[in-house]
Design a protein around this ligand. Structure first.
Ligand code: SF4
Length: 404
């Protein structure tokens, strides 16, 4: 009797939008070591802050929903307990803050939370958390329909006809930070009919003042839509920075994944909040100066802010008091959603998946890790990368977009 051989297990590789695709795009080799290996980065300050600010915003929303605590929130009374809770959660996962950015009282015998003084202990991460809650919370929280919405989808594996492909499909998933369901009337000559709430809401005002959003609004029927919201613990990218376009693809792909869910409504836009902009660090201020000098920013600046920021330098040992309006304008980015742009984003991510699969296959075929995965990243990424000691290829990165 002939014994049949066991068939190969059928796997569908799963890719997370941020954890895999955006991470791979930041640097292929760093992604390999961090996500596919077992080497956690030793000083993951960016990773820590990203997780911290997401956790703080989510908990702040839950607290607001429960108690309707009025804004502005006091740092020590209202915000710090949330920070402590998130700090503890992160430490359990092995993510620790650096003391320049955040004073942790967990396991600190000398300093208790109740002894904290705002002037001395509200470091950069706390200042950003406090500013994010008080700037956007009053306008965003009332618009939130659900937070942390899990999305999953499936796509054809690019290049499946190639015999080396692992599967005919790949799974793609992501988590929307916030999904907001809004009612917004079209701006018409009769716009006085719009609800009063809409007028008082800063986020709705930003949407109304956005030309592309208005054009999109005019094309569609109804007045109830969904908006996808994503928090980013970073500076607003320069217009020539790859991250500028990657973030747009991320929102467009979320929109595609969300549209597949039965209960979804029409998704009209995405909003990214670049939360570092509310309290920029010295490094961020220098990067903003460069963006202005090179005309690589989409945010207008008035004369007063222009002079403050251009006359500032780190040696002057003071912090320029930029206007709230300027900081808010830099913090909010509106991305309108349309089907052609969604198709482009999906095609781009198919290409990224194909590149990851190619590198994985090369590695299983015996290539050395450094030969199977490209080592290219921008200067800022390399500067804080824990693998730089054994990475010998620190070229500045420039990716060519295949889809216009
Ligand atoms: S040093 Fe730069 S190029 Fe090398 S692995 Fe790290 S991020 Fe990538």
């Amino acid at each position: 009797m002939k014994l049949s051989s066991r068939s190969k297990p059928y796997i569908i590789p799963e890719y997370s939008l941020t954890g895999d695709l955006l991470s791979f795009l930041t640097c292929n080799l760093q992604y390999r070591y961090q996500n596919k290996g077992t080497l956690p980065p030793a000083t993951p300050i960016q990773l820590w802050f990203g997780e911290f600010i997401h956790g703080v915003m989510e908990e702040a929303f839950l607290k607001w929903k429960l108690n309707k605590t009025e804004f502005p929130w006091d740092w020590k009374k209202d915000v710090r307990p949330i920070e402590d809770m998130i700090d503890l959660r992160l430490q359990i996962r092995g993510l620790y803050p650096v003391s320049d950015h955040f004073i942790s009282t967990i396991n600190n015998k000398e300093l208790k939370s109740e002894d904290l003084i705002e002037k001395d202990h509200k470091k950069l991460a706390s200042a950003r958390a406090h500013a994010a809650i008080n700037t956007w919370g009053p306008h965003l929280f009332p618009l939130i329909n659900s937070a942390e919405v899990l999305l999953k989808g499936i796509r054809d594996m690019p290049n499946y006809t190639n015999n080396r492909a692992r599967s005919n499909y790949y799974g793609i998933n992501g988590i929307i930070d916030v999904l907001s369901s809004i009612k917004i009337d079209k701006i018409t000559k009769n716009s006085a009919q719009s609800t009063l709430d809409n007028y008082n809401n800063k986020i709705i005002k930003y949407l109304r003042n956005n030309k592309e959003f208005q054009e999109n609004l005019e094309k569609i029927e109804g007045n109830e839509y969904e908006i996808i919201i994503d928090y980013k613990g970073m500076k607003r990218p320069s217009l020539n920075d790859d991250a500028w376009i990657y973030h747009k693809w991320q929102i467009l792909t979320y929109a595609w994944l969300r549209s597949k869910q039965e209960e979804s409504k029409f998704i009209i836009a995405g909003i990214i909040f670049y939360l570092n902009e509310l309290v920029p660090s010295y490094e961020d201020l220098q990067a903003i100066q460069i963006d202005i000098n090179n005309n690589k920013t989409d945010v207008e600046i008035d004369k007063d802010d222009y002079e403050k920021i251009m006359n500032w330098d780190e040696d002057k040992k003071y912090y320029p008091q930029l206007s709230n309006k300027f900081k808010e304008n830099r913090s909010i980015r509106i991305i309108t959603i349309n089907s052609e742009e969604i198709d482009n984003a999906l095609k781009e991510f198919d290409i990224v998946v194909n590149e990851i699969e190619e590198s994985l296959i090369k590695e299983t075929e015996g290539y050395k890790i450094k030969d199977a995965w490209k080592a290219e990243a921008d200067e800022r990424t390399c500067k804080v990368c824990n693998f730089k000691t054994f990475c010998n290829n620190k070229k500045n990165k420039s990716r060519k977009f295949t889809v216009p």
